[in-house]
Design a binder for this molecule. Structure first.
Ligand SMILES: CC(C)(COP(=O)(O)OP(=O)(O)OC[C@H]1O[C@@H](n2cnc3c(N)ncnc32)[C@H](O)[C@@H]1OP(=O)(O)O)[C@@H](O)C(=O)NCCC(=O)NCCS
Length: 182
């Protein structure tokens, strides 16, 4: 398996496969912003709508492949606020149900974290549905659980569910934090 960064043109080229992955993720019950059933055309339009952001440097997208098949993705969203250039939000970590449990989720997360450090980011944050399998992944990757917000978003089935906020200091911030703590 390999993980590669996609530029704007590649996100457009791969939008169909990314849409299939998004549909599979929503069908599987994960809370990633959509209600089920997610129409493939809507998923395709959503990914096509990300292309301008990638071209502008506001969004970085990675794809995981098993052979030639795109089976996973993760993105980093960079805020446009001048006082927030040091942070990024980890979004849309998804592995196709047929490819889960083989380390791809952890590989995608690690890739995004390393790229964030290389880009000078020192703070990462995310939210994820409370008690979802992803929580184990984040906790064991060194993310700090901040707390939960009740009734944050509807599950794909339309039921309001809490979300849990995580953050991770990386790069220089992690080193300085480690020295201060140790
Ligand atoms: C979360 C997700 C990305 C994990 O992908 P994956 O490729 O299966 O993850 P990995 O194989 O790298 O496993 C990572 C860890 O999570 C654990 N894990 C994976 N699926 C699990 C599950 N259903 N229940 C409990 N633990 C699980 C693994 O055991 C592993 O832990 P370990 O290394 O301590 O054994 C995947 O389940 C997914 O796409 N879920 C739907 C979308 C989603 O919820 N994304 C997060 C939104 S913020």
């Amino acid at each position: 398996m390999t993980v590669v960064a996609l530029d704007a043109g590649q996100v457009l080229d791969r939008a169909g496969e990314l849409a299939e992955l998004l549909v599979d993720t929503v069908d599987g019950g994960a809370s990633v912003g959509f209600l089920a059933p997610l129409d493939r055309a809507e998923a395709l339009a959503w990914w096509q709508g990300r292309v301008a952001g990638v071209a502008a440097g506001e969004l970085a997208v990675w794809a995981a492949y098993e052979g030639a098949r795109l089976v996973g993705t993760v993105s980093l969203a960079f805020p446009d606020k001048p006082n927030s250039r040091h942070r990024a939000e980890l979004v849309k970590l998804m592995v196709h149900r047929e490819a889960r449990g083989r380390g791809l989720g952890r590989l995608l997360l690690d890739t995004a974290e390393r790229a964030a450090v290389a880009a000078g980011v020192t703070l990462l944050h995310l939210d994820t549905e409370t008690d979802s399998p992803a929580e184990h992944l984040y906790r064991t990757a060194g993310w700090t659980r901040l707390g939960a917000i009740p009734d944050y978003a509807a599950s794909p089935a339309g039921v309001l569910r809490p979300t849990t906020i995580y953050y991770k200091q990386v790069g220089v911030a992690a080193v300085v934090g480690g020295l201060a703590g140790g």
